[in-house]
Design a protein around this ligand. Sequence first.
Ligand code: FO1
Ligand code: 5AD
Ligand code: SF4
Length: 324
Amino acid sequence: MAQTITFSRNVFLPLTNVCANACGYCSFKAPVGDGCVMPESEVLATLKRGSEFGCTEALFTFGERPENEPGFRQYIERAGYPDILSYCMAMSRAAIDLGMLPHTNAGILTYEEMERLRNVNASMGLMLETTAEVPAHRHSPGKDPAVRIQMLADAGKLKIPFTTGLLLGIGETVADREESLMVIRDLQKQYGHIQEVIIQNFCPKPGTEMADTPGATADDIRETLMMAAEILPKSISIQIPPNLADASALLSCGVTDLGGVSPVTIDYINPEHPWPALDALRDIASGYELRERLCVYPQYCNAEWIAPELLPLVQRLANQTYGL
Ligand SMILES: O=c1nc2n(C[C@H](O)[C@H](O)[C@H](O)CO)c3cc(O)ccc3cc-2c(=O)[nH]1
Ligand SMILES: C[C@H]1O[C@@H](n2cnc3c(N)ncnc32)[C@H](O)[C@@H]1O
Ligand code: SF4
């Protein structure tokens, strides 16, 4: 029987580009100013299009702790919300009303913030990136490995189905990658909430500090995937982004998932890399059985992991998608 490769059909909603960190590889971050908060009308229109295209996931990914940036408050208040988390929660409810499951990667959140967001999010994400201290994170207090690991542990305590991952090629060594994977394995042993690990390759962006640093090579990716398959328990899915790497050549290295793919929105973090269309995805996964999944994996589709407000929708979609 052919092995299965999964993906999630999503809409990507970058609620704000404002960010308190300044990672050396990032072209997503933008200064406070007009247009720095995605207007509610645009979020709602995008969600609506997503539901029309059969998307099951609303992916909210945005700058970390934007309120720490001078002047941001004024913009979020003008949009009608006291802070970005309240806006994200309201837009999550709008997604739920349209039949889509919210998944948020807001960077670092406190235990209390995640506890609030959990009421309206089926799953959440935070890339560990790396356990190494790298120059690219010199101006990013939120990328301190201890801070990221603490948040991953808090999410475990809160029983939030979780996505994390490694960013390859940002100054870490092979030993650092191994250590990062072992940290994720240990978190999984303790809490059981890690549903997937993304092995993401850094792609250089013009105008950034790391513009001239070459991206992670296919060999780096392949080697790390094999390490991940060896270190991580089988309960964790291994994801590569099909728009950033040559996915078809990598599938045999233990990859089980192609992540979020959108028929409606671009990848705002890597805008120069368009999503493959569904047909192209089938080509990439040729020889495998390509199957759509939700942002929550089957073993988490129950009241232990999902808040009451979301449970009916999760159960309905899990029935359609997984036959549960
Ligand atoms: O939890 C995360 N999910 C990320 N995802 C989402 C991920 O691919 C899926 O939404 C999850 O697999 C849902 O389970 C992305 C999706 C995109 O379309 C583009 C970029 C990302 C990046 C992340 C990420 O950093 N963290
Ligand atoms: C949301 C996630 O996007 C990733 N990210 C940020 N910048 C880049 C880049 N230039 N190339 C690839 N991935 C990137 C980080 O891993 C972050 O956690
Ligand atoms: S990668 Fe995320 S945390 Fe880093 S600067 Fe970009 S938006 Fe901010």
